[in-house]
Design a protein around this ligand. Structure first.
Ligand code: PHE
Length: 472
């Protein structure tokens, strides 16, 4: 089967637009909400170092491979995999890669939208001056009360899902370009401002030491998998988002240098967010390991104290919503493009249906923030009472389970198979032709990495997480 020359869904007008869109996908809640809180939970510096190594040795090589597969297949991830495996004479099982990615997209978006809803709510809360002069305890209490009211979370989750599906229905290209061109730089400016504020009034050196001074004794066994999982999550890898964006990339555009630019921009945003947040944490005696509420408990404190804080804070959350929005779009695009291709549905219909499913799934995560565990849900479904589970899966919330399953298992597995497909299944000639790297040395370096270093690292991290190697 010959590969298509262009995608039926259209094409980016230039490489720059692709870089913007992929950066829009990569930069999101993962950088500003998740990175600081998991860094706080896993003890700082050593975790950050492992994360950075994963970006360099696993993330960037896989991003190049994933974009390359997308551009060669020029269809939704499922159909891209199908036509590539036919072209390379590979086993049909490889199309599972597209399927699992599509499912991961649904699962991630279901809770991603709930958290994006928090950011939406905080636009108004911060903007209206709610936090002016508030104490750390006051800010935490406000968040606790908010996260514990499912009906409010549901309202914001619904609004965010609607926003996402409207853009997806119109096609990812319209709207996205403007959003990323102006809003991402604006987000960067406010982050820099926050770092400046943290320098002036927080415990800046303590924050910086926490982030950049590795203390390996604080690296718990699960941390390495979380760091690697986050490298996938933050770069939008392993599930087809970057693949589908690659399928809209013009033929001549260079893939490798684009991937490096995207990864650098993404990493810079995450590190800046960390440098803004941790000085505030330590300066106010807050808990670095506070979990998913971390930015909602620290940043409002800063906005409540700085001059113009309500305005700057409101604007910050607006930009955070935009960052989340451009990521959410890419989470669902693999499914929508597949429905359009295979079912002949219109984009509007496909977006409505996928949006409805994701919205409904999201409801399960909403209750997680009122402390409802998997066991509570099972008991309420079957009826009956039980002792609260002390640990394990039953004691986890749906949010925790989905987050762990997607970021730490599905995305790294997807990425592993992308690396294996590009490195071992596709012929070297197809790969070389598609990437068209100018320097043969760079090609050999990347190809060697993606064939061996990357897959071996991913497997080692999995093995270490289940205790097969390096156990206690
Ligand atoms: N990269 C996005 C973020 O950091 C989340 C995402 C994951 C988007 C996977 C698409 C695919 O917020």
């Amino acid at each position: 089967m010959a590969t298509q020359r262009t995608s039926i869904h259209g094409q980016w007008s230039s490489r720059l637009v692709f870089i913007l869109a992929a950066t829009g996908s990569a930069v999101g809640l993962g950088n500003i909400w998740k990175f600081p809180y998991i860094t706080g939970e896993h003890g700082g510096g050593a975790f950050v170092l492992v994360y950075l190594l994963c970006i360099a040795l696993v993330g960037i090589p896989i991003m190049i491979a994933e974009v390359m597969l997308g551009r060669r297949g020029r269809q939704s991830p499922i159909n891209t995999m199908r036509s590539l495996l036919a072209e390379e004479g590979a086993h049909r099982g490889w199309s599972l890669l597209g399927w699992s990615g599509m499912i991961a997209g649904f699962l991630i978006l279901s809770y991603y939208s709930v958290i994006a809803g928090w950011a939406l709510a905080y636009v108004f809360r911060t903007g209206s001056g709610l936090f002016v002069g508030a104490t750390a305890d006051g800010v935490s209490a406000i968040f606790g009360e908010f996260a514990g009211s499912p009906e409010r979370l549901l309202g914001w989750h619904t609004l965010f899902m609607l926003m996402t599906m409207i853009v997806v229905a119109r096609g990812v290209r319209s709207g996205l370009e403007q959003a990323v061109k102006f809003l991402m730089p604006a987000l960067l400016v406010i982050l820099l401002l926050l770092v400046g504020y943290a320098m002036a009034s927080g415990d800046f050196m303590h924050g910086v030491r926490f982030l950049f001074q590795p203390d390996f004794s604080r690296l718990d066994q699960g941390a390495i998998l979380v760091a690697m999982g986050h490298a996938f999550f933050t770069l939008s890898l392993g599930m087809g988002s970057i693949m589908v964006y690659g399928s809209y990339l013009p033929k001549e555009a260079s893939i490798a240098s684009s991937a490096v630019i995207i990864a650098l921009a993404d990493t810079a945003v995450a590190l800046l967010a960390g440098m803004a947040i941790f000085p505030i944490v330590f300066g106010n005696g807050l808990e670095a390991g506070a979990g998913p509420s971390l930015i909602f408990q620290t940043l409002p404190l800063a906005f409540g104290q700085m001059p113009w804080g309500s305005f700057i804070g409101g604007l910050f959350f607006v930009l955070l919503v935009f960052a989340a929005w451009s990521s959410a779009i890419s989470l669902i695009e693999p499914a929508v493009s597949w429905l359009v291709e295979n079912r002949g549905w219109s984009r509007v219909y496909a977006s409505t249906m996928t949006g409805a499913v994701t919205w409904a799934l999201g409801i399960a995560s909403i209750f997680s923030f009122s402390g409802v565990t998997l066991q509570d849900i099972i008991l309420s479904l079957v009826g009956g009472e039980g002792e609260p589970a002390a640990g394990g899966l039953l004691a986890m919330t749906v949010f925790d389970i989905l987050d762990y399953l997607t970021a730490n298992i599905m995305l790294p597995l997807g990425g592993l198979f992308i690396a294996l497909f590009a490195g071992h299944v596709m012929s070297r000639e197809s790969v070389r032709e598609e990437l068209a790297m100018r320097s043969p040395l760079m090609f050999r370096l990347w190809f060697g990495t993606v064939r061996t270093v990357t897959p071996v690292l991913v497997v080692l991290v999995f093995l270490s997480a289940i205790g097969v190697i390096g156990g206690e």
